[in-house]
Design a protein around this ligand. Structure first.
Ligand code: AMP
Ligand code: ZN
Ligand code: FE
Ligand code: FE
Length: 300
């Protein structure tokens, strides 16, 4: 027989839907934080984590607005790291947003990106496909700038038909305008997330080479992004097995970037309610610690 509390649990789970992977204008998404939250409300999501690439700049705007809408917003970030030659994305969740360690780390990432962007633009200029820093800054004011932004401008200037083509012909790995230069390793990304009290999760591991996945799973992650976009059960299953075997958190999200028609509609994948409850609990514990510290400092 089901008790009232198990029924309540089932009900909570049925009602809870949290997309823990999406992007705003502060990285390569097309929506502002407020527009993204409006869409989350429209889609009846109860929770969200905005995971912009290498920045948490959406949060000062997003947090009060999410509260107003009654959406539970958990701090998140997607850090660009690498393992050997592979580019690896590390998701961080439920960290203490006020901890300066993370903002300093993001500044370091932004500086690396700026240097790399200049090198990419120099290579493009060299083959007579000029894109200037001013054009980029005017088109994308603020936030993390990366290859997707450069690709978008290349499409807009008529150099290529699609962003995909820009990557395939020029910006992708091994192409002639490719520049590496992001030097953060996966253990460093995990370490910084832990240092600010967060959970480190390996993003979209499904396409990784088995040997790379195996090596990454020896690292001190707290979870795996099992549910992602519109992947099939068959694709999710091996990742789910690893997460269960390692007793790691199981997360999920759409990786929505704001496109109208795409693989990644907001809310198409979501994080299991048990995991999201951990995220909320951890986020609240940081808030409580801050409140206690400020109370104590007032009482002395
Ligand atoms: P960056 O962080 O500047 O190296 O850019 C990486 C981002 O570019 C990824 O998160 C993807 O969104 C996008 N990207 C990478 N490869 C491709 C590709 N072949 N086609 C389209 N977008 C890509
Ligand atoms: Zn992105
Ligand atoms: Fe990613
Ligand atoms: Fe992403």
């Amino acid at each position: 027989m089901q008790t009232a509390s198990t029924i309540q649990n089932h009900l909570m789970q049925a009602l809870s839907k949290a997309d823990c992977h999406c992007h705003t204008l502060f990285s390569d998404g097309t929506l502002s934080p407020k527009a993204l939250l409006d869409l989350a409300k429209e889609k009846q999501l109860t929770g969200l984590s905005i995971t912009d690439h290498d920045t948490v700049d959406a949060y000062p705007i997003a947090l009060p607005y999410a509260k107003q809408l009654g959406i539970s917003l958990v701090p998140g970030i997607e850090i660009s790291a690498h393992y050997q030659n592979a580019s690896i994305h590390v998701l961080g969740y439920a960290f203490d947003l006020s901890n300066p360690v993370l903002s300093l780390f993001c500044e370091r990432l932004q500086a690396q990106r700026e240097e790399r962007n200049h090198k990419i633009l120099a290579k493009l200029a060299h083959i007579n496909l000029p894109v200037t820093m001013t054009e980029i800054q005017e088109r994308f004011p603020g936030g993390t700038i990366g290859r997707p932004h450069i690709a978008k401008i290349m499409v807009e200037k008529g150099y290529v038909k699609t962003m995909q083509k820009a990557f395939q012909r020029f910006l992708g790995e091994k192409q002639r305008c490719y520049v590496g230069g992001m030097t953060i390793t996966v253990p460093e990304a995990i370490e910084v997330i832990h240092a600010v009290g967060g959970f480190a999760v390996l993003a979209h591991p499904h396409g990784l080479k088995p040997k790379v996945l195996e090596a990454l799973c020896e690292m001190p992650f707290d979870g795996l992004e099992v549910y992602y976009g519109h992947l099939s059960l068959k694709q999710e299953q091996p990742i789910l097995s690893i997460a269960v075997r390692k007793n790691w958190l199981i997360t999920g999200g759409s990786d929505f970037h704001g496109e109208k028609k795409s693989f990644h509609g907001l809310g198409c994948s979501f994080t299991p309610p048990e995991t999201f409850a951990h995220f909320v609990e951890r986020t609240n514990s940081h808030q409580l610690a801050i409140e206690n510290t400020s109370l104590n400092s007032h009482s002395v």
